[in-house]
Design a protein around this ligand. Structure first.
Ligand SMILES: Nc1ncnc2c1ncn2[C@@H]1O[C@H](COP(=O)(O)OP(=O)(O)OP(=O)(O)O)[C@@H](O)[C@H]1O
Length: 723
């Protein structure tokens, strides 16, 4: 990632240099061509030759060349976007070619006896074609129209607007200038933000050094003086539904005869087992059809559940589920359709329920058994537990959850803290501006994959939560909505929601159970009010992964097919998930509800997700958030606190100042133990006291910085003693 960002920085620099060089080139080209065309006789052999060649090709049209070069100069100096430059090139070619043809047309139409209006080689060859195609006068009009249109496009003149309102076209140009400036500012800001990061130069490190350095780096976030940029100046567009595939389940149809036949088969099968039942309703869905049965008095629902396997056999389908529906006083038998339809995310995103939902954390989960879209709000859950066997559809559902939020929220409204120890599903999101990691600065934020890193980040998120509580209390706000509406009134900065997604909780729990459980418990209990929401997913819903503490704090559960009844009980506190069909078939238990809803999860392919992500990334929205505290305490697994590290830092700085050199051996001799020496070296380097220039193996010492730091520490200590 770091390497990626460095390459990106290099690319930005070289892009800037290229732009400047191009601007200079076009300024020169504009000036020289104007000079050569006006005072041909004094422009030397080269100038005269250039004029002759250009005149032969374009004729009189060459006189607009300096203007075209000037336009290019302006484009490059204002750092316009790439696409516009390509279009400008096409328009400038059309402009000069049509001008040549126009000169030829004027010459032949009005003054055929003289050759004063030469159209050059282009005019001579293209004009007959126009004349042949449109005739003299219509051809003439077409050429003028093409010429005027290309000039208008090239110089950003709106002909329509200038006819209606002469000032409007100027305003349009001004508007574009503002856009260009905003674009330039955005680029500048990104470069600034990147250059602000104190990224240490690459060194050749031994394995031990590398490990120590990685540890130190993961904990210490350089104190970034982030330029406050008003994110509102960035005109961010939410993705459009058209980026996703059409939903084939939107207009599914099931044959009436087929449904009636299957209902009759169900009734006779039950009758074979002495269960007298009448099919009251048939509710066809895209994947499952529900048959509502009225049982004869005295027949227990358990009797029906007891013969599930026989019903499955008779109906030639697996995964039949029996659900009591008290409001209708019926028993629902959910039978999978012979051919399931894939439920697309697009259909639900375009539904009125999703579009009208005001919450930024609206989730388009899937479709119910009757085929209607199921939309819910993460903010009201407020945390979600997802479980299911491998291949049952958890990862797809995580993608739909992330995409649903991306379709609702700007990057400055919602951020994602993604923890993905499996490193398979999440990498596609690593560059979106919504990515958040409380341990790092905004530009360094990435998907969290390490166990310890995850534990530290969750612990840090607890700090973020505490800080938000203090902040909200000061603003006398009860929760994030209240705080943000107060900020809108007072013109202050709003807080963003943070959605934490952990895709495989089991892996984390095996490695750092205590720390994870502590942080998750605190967050789950209190984080809702400050806009932090958790989504935990696991394929092993055993009691030692989904512990009592976790279950107690996660009332909303989403269960895919489980491998056993026990797993179903762990996740839903009831049976049923073991009967699901897999591939997105799920039971969603909203908080406070007694019975889960059966849904077919919305499917989104990786390709579709990538399209949405590129749409977002192309907008170059900057990552705007400040790390709440510059340093993270080392309290997870490898206990070594801040105090101890600073205790070593000052004597180390004094030692360097005294001996005027630094080496591992010197530190080892003075502090004992090579691990401690390596640790001190890492801290000195990350804080910028020492650097190792590229290609050398010798440390360079910043004595000024060391002296300044020691003086400041001394002054601080004095002030403390006096007070
Ligand atoms: N909603 C859905 N509609 C149709 N097919 C689906 C749906 N969800 C998942 N599938 C199918 O099931 C396959 C496995 O899904 P997914 O990768 O989400 O499983 P998983 O539970 O995350 O598995 P693992 O735990 O091994 O990562 C997908 O490749 C896809 O073919």
């Amino acid at each position: 990632m770091r390497k990626n960002k460095k390459t990106k920085n290099k690319k930005q620099d070289s892009l800037k240099r290229n732009r400047e060089a191009a601007a200079l080139f076009f300024a020169l080209a504009s000036f020289l061509s104007a000079y050569v065309f006006i005072v041909r006789s004094r422009s030397g052999i080269l100038g005269r030759a250039f004029f002759a060649v250009m005149f032969v090709v374009f004729g009189q049209a060459i006189y607009i060349l300096p203007l075209i070069f000037l336009r290019y100069f302006i484009i490059h100096i204002m750092q316009s976007v790439e696409l516009r430059k390509k279009l400008d090139f096409i328009w400038s070619v059309i402009c000069i070619v049509s001008c040549s043809v126009l000169f030829k047309a004027v010459c032949l139409t009005f003054v055929p006896t003289t050759e004063i209006f030469s159209g050059g080689w282009i005019g001579d060859n293209l004009y007959p074609f126009f004349k042949e195609l449109f005739g003299v006068w219509l051809g003439f009009a077409v050429i003028i129209a093409i010429f005027l249109f290309s000039v208008a496009k090239l110089f950003r003149i709106s002909i329509n607007n200038s006819l209606k309102n002469p000032e409007a076209s100027i305003t349009k140009v001004e508007e574009e200038k503002v856009q260009d400036i905003a674009q330039a500012k955005k680029q500048e800001y990104l470069i600034l933000q990147k250059s602000d990061r104190a990224i240490p130069k690459p060194n050749i490190l031994s394995r031990q050094e590398k490990e120590e350095k990685k540890k130190a780096e993961s904990l210490i976030c350089p104190t970034v003086k982030q330029t406050k940029v008003d994110s509102k100046i960035f005109d961010y567009k939410l993705p459009v539904a058209g980026l996703l595939k059409n939903d084939s389940a939107a207009d599914f149809e099931t044959s009436k005869d087929e449904l009636l036949k299957r209902a009759e088969l169900l009734r006779t099968t039950l009758a074979d087992f002495d269960i007298d039942a009448k099919v009251k309703d048939i509710i066809p869905g895209p994947v499952v059809t529900r048959y509502d049965l009225i049982l004869s008095p005295g027949i227990r629902i358990q009797t029906v559940s007891g013969i599930i396997d026989n019903i499955s056999l008779a109906m030639r389908t697996a995964s039949i589920r029996v659900v009591p529906i008290p409001e209708k006083a019926v028993v629902g038998i959910e039978v999978p359709n012979s051919s399931g339809i894939i439920v697309g995310l697009r259909g639900i995103l375009e539904s009125a329920t999703f579009e009208n939902s005001k919450s930024l954390l609206t989730l388009a989960l899937g479709k119910t058994t009757d085929g209607s879209g199921y939309v819910t709000d993460l903010a009201s859950m407020p945390h979600l537990l997802i479980a299911g066997a491998t291949g049952s559809g958890k990862s797809v559902s995580i993608h739909t959850i992330i995409l649903s939020i991306l379709y609702k929220a700007r990057p400055d409204e919602v951020k994602f803290m993604l923890i993905d120890p499996k490193r398979v599903e999440m990498p596609i999101y690593r560059d979106i501006p919504h990515i958040y990691n409380p341990c790092t600065c905004a530009t360094n934020a990435d998907i969290i994959t390490g166990y310890r890193e995850a534990a530290v980040a969750l612990k840090k998120l607890v700090n973020v939560m505490d800080e938000r509580y203090t902040k909200f209390a000061k603003a006398m706000a009860r929760n994030i909505e209240d705080y943000n509406s107060k900020m809108v009134e007072t013109g202050g900065e709003k807080e963003f929601y943070i959605v934490v997604i952990i895709d495989e909780l089991a892996d984390l729990m095996t490695a750092v159970q205590k720390e994870i459980e502590d942080s998750v418990q605190r967050l789950a209990q209190m984080a809702r009010a400050v806009g932090i929401h958790l989504i935990l997913a696991t394929q092993r819903p055993s009691v030692n992964v989904v512990t009592g503490i976790i279950k107690a704090n996660f009332p909303a559960r989403l269960s895919f097919q489980t491998t056993s009844k026990i797993d179903s009980r762990v996740i839903l506190d009831m049976l049923g998930a073991e009967c699901l069909m897999g591939k997105g078939d799920m039971l969603f238990l909203p908080p406070g509800e007694a019975r889960p809803a059966r849904l077919q999860g919305a499917y989104v392919s990786l390709k579709e997700a990538e399209k949405v992500i590129s749409f977002i990334n192309e907008q170059n929205f900057p990552r705007l958030y400040e790390p709440v505290v510059a340093e993270v305490e080392r309290t997870v697994g490898f206990n070594a606190d801040k105090e101890k590290r600073t205790r070593d830092l000052i004597p180390a700085l004094k030692l360097i100042n005294e001996r005027k050199r630094i080496s591992q051996d010197l530190l080892k001799a003075n502090f004992g133990g090579s691990a401690r020496a390596t640790n001190i070296l890492s801290i000195l380097e990350t804080r910028g006291f020492i650097t190792k220039p590229e290609g050398t193996n010798k440390w360079q010492i910043d004595y000024d910085k060391i002296r300044q730091y020691l003086e400041e520490t001394e002054r601080g200590a004095c002030a403390e003693r006096q007070s």
